[in-house]
Design a protein around this ligand. Structure first.
Ligand code: NOJ
Length: 501
């Protein structure tokens, strides 16, 4: 059997509006991404996932799509997309694009034309049920004629009705459109959302956001969704070269997530259970065990454009950075594929002090300005230590960068062997070279995770004190300094070692 490329690929997430600005309007775009592809090739990733760049009124950063076959002028043109795909392929990078099937923009021609069967419309005075929007407030709004429509996200993102045959046919066609253009795969937005429980039953409580990803909900992870993916898989399989799809599916368990990965469904799903695990040995060990036991292709992810950056989640400052270095080496040593979110290779922290007036995430207004939303992980990348946007583009960026980011710029880190960027490059280089064998835990004390994959070994000290271990011989890579004393290695807290024996 051939080994499909995605099984152990490292896939780099480009949040297009914050990666690189080619035309100087302060917003990242496809020409910007294209100009920085050599950086990604040098970093050593295998593929790039681009967040939505389709025609959109940008009520949710482009996750409100008005035309699935057009590039928004803010991000460039269709020929920019084609050029980007061609350049990426020439550099040996695959390209994955986002597809947003749970909802359209309210400016989509179907919603504009009042094609109600393709959405969830209800008439009557009373709100149809107690469902809550993920962005805050009820999941129902009224049109100008007083009818209700469902939107699990912003009111500008009406949910599609996947019982409608036209909706199903349209998305098969959209998949073909991008596959014909040469993309290698899709990241499926809200992949667990398209099918709703029959009759749209009440949840019975309003704090539904607290149930996300832990409890069953009538609008997420319904069994009927799997039939859709069986039809998508047929389309993907009708193209050469292992085209793939990765699900954004927040489910209550690794077992529920694995259902999206049955052989005739999708290829991967983000492992949010890993992302959500605390930085401690027991929860990480449980997630790793559950993931590998599920028998489905494994992925590992630490950050994305929807969550607080992990340097900050792990404690911020020096501690957060040190743990992030260790986490990267842990993630890249595990069997399966890994997702890297732009800027994590620079060790960027969450920006916690963005001024109110620049906040663009709909969560901020929808929550009645109680939740500042996700802009703090979407601040444009620093490429150089000077300039109006630290090299992001020729003008001021759409979100301000902290001054301290000058020191975190690519240009600064490239020349420093101890930087986070150098660590990612070294780890990715080693990962390419290593012939990983079968995964097996190795005996270790409770705060330590130690495993081997054939001749390759990885040890992670998640405790608070230095751990002594027998000197394994030449170390391939270390996340931080470690000591050597009388034939023993002294492994400090939050440190990872890789070696071959
Ligand atoms: C998940 C996306 O990652 C997020 O950014 C977006 O707001 C929602 N889906 C709605 O499309």
């Amino acid at each position: 059997m051939t080994h499909e490329w995605w099984r152990d690929a490292v896939i780099y997430q480009v949040y297009v509006r914050s990666f690189a600005d080619g035309d100087g309007d302060g917003v990242g775009d496809l020409p910007g991404v294209r100009s920085r592809l050599p950086y990604l090739a040098t970093l050593g990733v295998d593929a790039v996932w681009l967040t939505p760049f389709y025609a959109s009124p940008m009520a949710d950063g482009g996750y409100d799509v008005a035309d699935y076959r057009a590039v928004d002028p803010l991000f460039g043109s269709l020929s920019d997309a084609e050029g980007l795909i061609a350049d990426a392929h020439a550099l040996g990078l695959r390209v994955i694009v986002d597809i947003v099937p749970n909802h359209t923009s309210d400016r989509h021609e179907w919603f504009q034309a009042g094609l109600r069967d393709r959405y969830h419309f209800r008439t009557g005075e009373a709100i149809p049920n107690d469902w809550q929007s993920i962005f805050g407030g009820p999941a129902w709004s009224r049109t100008a004629d007083g009818d209700w429509y469902l939107h699990l996200f912003a009111p500008e993102q009406p949910d599609l009705n996947w019982d409608n045959a036209d909706v199903r046919a349209e998305f098969l066609d959209i998949l073909r459109f991008w596959l014909d253009l040469g993309v290698d795969g899709f990241r499926v937005d809200v992949a667990h959302g398209m099918v709703k429980a029959a009759g749209l039953p009440d949840v019975g409580r309003l704090d539904q956001n607290a149930m996300l990803g832990t409890d069953p909900l009538p609008y997420f992870d319904q069994d009927g969704v799997h039939e859709i993916y069986r039809s998508w898989r047929q389309v993907l399989d009708s193209y050469p070269d292992d085209r793939m799809a990765v699900a954004e599916a927040w489910t209550p368990s690794t077992e529920r997530t694995a259902r999206y990965l049955r052989p005739d469904e999708l290829h991967q799903a983000f492992n949010f259970h890993f992302l959500k695990a605390d930085w401690a040995a027991a929860p990480l060990r449980t997630v790793i065990d559950d993931t590998l036991a599920a028998g489905a292709p494994a992925t590992w992810v630490l950050s994305n454009h929807d969550v607080v950056r992990h340097v900050t989640r792990y404690g911020g400052g020096e501690v957060g950075r040190r743990r992030a270095r260790a986490a990267a080496m842990l993630m890249l040593a595990l069997p399966g594929s890994a997702y890297v979110y732009q800027g994590e290779e620079l060790g960027l922290p969450e920006v916690l002090n963005l001024p109110d007036e620049v906040l663009a995430d709909p969560v901020w207004e929808r929550s009645g300005r109680t939740d500042r939303g996700r802009d703090g992980c979407r601040v444009p990348l620093p490429w150089t230590s000077t300039g109006p946007s630290l090299g992001f583009g020729p003008s001021r960026p759409w979100l301000p960068q902290p001054e301290a980011w000058a020191k975190l710029a690519v240009s600064e880190q490239e020349t420093s062997p101890e930087s986070m960027l150098s660590l990612y490059r070294a780890a990715l280089r080693a990962r390419r070279r290593l012939a990983f064998g079968e995964f097996a835990w190795e005996g270790a004390e409770p705060d330590v995770l130690a495993f081997r994959r054939g001749a390759f070994h990885c040890v992670v000290n998640l405790g608070e004190s230095v751990v002594r271990m027998a000197d394994p011989g030449p170390v391939l890579l270390a996340s931080s300094y470690y000591g050597l004393e009388q034939g023993e290695v002294l492994l400090p807290p939050d440190t990872v070692l890789w070696w071959e024996a």
